[in-house]
Design a protein around this ligand. Structure first.
Ligand code: DX5
Ligand code: ZN
Length: 217
């Protein structure tokens, strides 16, 4: 079954406990937590302290998406804060294979992400080291952007790469996903779909999850 990963980037942080409880109860599989540094992406979010505090609110796997330069400097801190999956960007580091292995050595799942302009084939030589591949379907940095259509082909390419390698690796897609294109993204091969505004941008995030689940049934 396709996994749903609500992105709290679009949540109301004045009511974060209530919002997280709602998506937990509605059957979210992961909680997607976007970390931005104002350098790799033109926006800022939060660091390990906030992740550690959120950890008290939910037992779900924390899916931390690091949109930061030199991610190797921070993976230990995010693991300590309670991240279960730590995904960094291929474009943000020189030694991707080393970092994947290091994240696994911390006991977390290791994910690698590519921006819209980065070819899937650049993942070929690290696919056996990754627990998760995250294909960005927008330029990272903000919620509520439009899905870039070419990303669908990239999801198919990533699916083929993972399957050809018999890799034990989930395929996640992030950005601009909603009721309009959800089925296409899943049909292209996504195992995990991230949704921010389509869930937390609605008055009732739990109802949004229920509607999304029924679309995938
Ligand atoms: C964007 C983030 C996404 C974001 C998705 O840079 O990585 O996780 O929250 O938001 P939507 O679903 O609104 O495009
Ligand atoms: Zn994300």
């Amino acid at each position: 079954m396709t996994k749903l990963a609500p992105s709290i980037l679009s949540a109301d942080f004045a009511r974060i406990a209530e919002q997280i409880a709602a998506v937990d109860a509605a059957g979210a599989d992961y909680l997607h937590i976007d970390v931005m540094d104002g350098r790799f992406v033109p926006n800022l979010t939060w660091g390990p302290k906030v992740v550690a505090d959120l950890r008290k609110l939910s037992p779900k796997p924390f899916d931390c998406h690091l949109m930061i330069v030199e991610p190797e400097k921070f993976v230990d801190a995010f693991r300590e804060a309670g991240a279960d999956i730590i995904t960094f960007h291929l474009e943000a580091t020189v030694h991707a294979q080393r970092l994947l292995a290091h994240i696994k050595s911390l006991g977390a799942k290791a994910g690698i992400s590519i921006n819209p302009q980065t070819p899937v084939e650049l993942l070929k030589d690290v696919i056996d080291d990754a627990d998760l591949v995250l294909v960005m379907s927008v330029n990272p940095g903000f919620g509520g952007q439009s899905f870039i259509p070419r990303a669908l082909d990239k999801v198919r390419e990533a699916r083929a790469l993972i399957d050809a390698a018999y890799a034990d690796c989930e395929l996640e897609v992030d950005g601009g996903i909603g009721e309009r294109n959800l089925r296409q993204v899943v049909a292209a091969g996504a195992d995990v779909v991230v949704m921010g505004s389509a869930i937390f941008g609605t008055p009732d995030p739990a109802a949004a999850i229920a509607a999304i689940r029924s679309m995938l049934a």
